[in-house]
Design a protein around this ligand. Sequence first.
Ligand code: ZN
Length: 282
Amino acid sequence: MTTIPGGLVDAHCHLTVDFGAGGGIAGSRAAARAAGVLACRDAGSRSGIVVEELDAGREVAAGKFLAPVGGHLKHLLDPTPPAALLEEVAAQVTRGVPWIKLMADFPGPDRNWFAPVVNYDMGLVAEVVAVTHAGEARAMAHVSGPIVGDLVTAGVDSIEHGPMADERVVEAMAARGTIWVPTVGTIERHTGPLEAWRRTLPLAVALGVPVLVGSDELGPAGVAAEAAALVRLGGLSAADVLHAATEGARSALRLPVQDGDAVTVDGDPREDVTSLGRLVSR
Ligand SMILES: [Zn+2]
C-alpha cells in the first residue's frame, strides 16, 4: 500500500463537459474523487465556470473557451471574434479568473490535427498574454499544430496537447518555465500514438519542464489512464509520472495539499504506474 498525501491532481479536466460521468460540476467531481483525484485545473468551458461553484483550494478553472467562429466544437463554443478578444480577456482577468484558455488552433473540416486552422494571429496572442499577465492570471493554450513553438515564444504559460513540440520547442519551454500537459491518452484517440513523444517527453522531464497529467477526453476519472499512457507511449518512468500527478502539478498549478486529503493505492506507484488505478481508500 502507498498513501499519497493530497491525492492525485488532474492538470487538464473539464468539469462541465459530460464525459459520461453525469452532467455538471458535481458529477465530474464525484467521478474524479472516486478515482482518487482530489484536485484539478479546469481547462475551459462554454460559458466559464462561476468561481463560487468551485471547491476553493482543490479546484481552479479557466474562463470560457476563447476561439472565433468555427474555432472549436460548436456545442462547446460561444465564439470570440479577434476584434473582441482582448476585451474578453481583460473582463475575465478582472473577474479573477486564474487561467485564460485560448484555443490557439483547431482541426478544420479535414480533421487533421497536425494541420489545424490557426484561430488568432500570433501578434494578437502576444497581446493576450500581456493583458493576462498584467492581471496576474496565466494563459493556457490548446494547440495541436506546428505553431506550438510560436506560442511558447509569445509567452503562453501552459501548452495543452502540443503533439508537434520538437526538441527545440522543449528546450524553449525549459528556458521559459512553460508547463506542458501533453494529454497523450486523448491525442492518441485522434492521431494514434506518436513516436516523437518517446524523445520529447523524457527530454522535457530531464530539462525540468513541468510535464503534467491531464485527463481531458478520458473523463474526470481518467488520471490513472493518462498516467499509464505517459509511461506506455511517452517512455516516462513511473516515478516521473507520479511526480507529475502530485507534487509537480501542485507546484506548477499552485494547488497545495489540503488538510485531511490523502488517498491510498494498492502497490507502489513509483515502480508500477498501474497501481494509481487501484484505489484502496481516500
Ligand atoms: Zn481539453
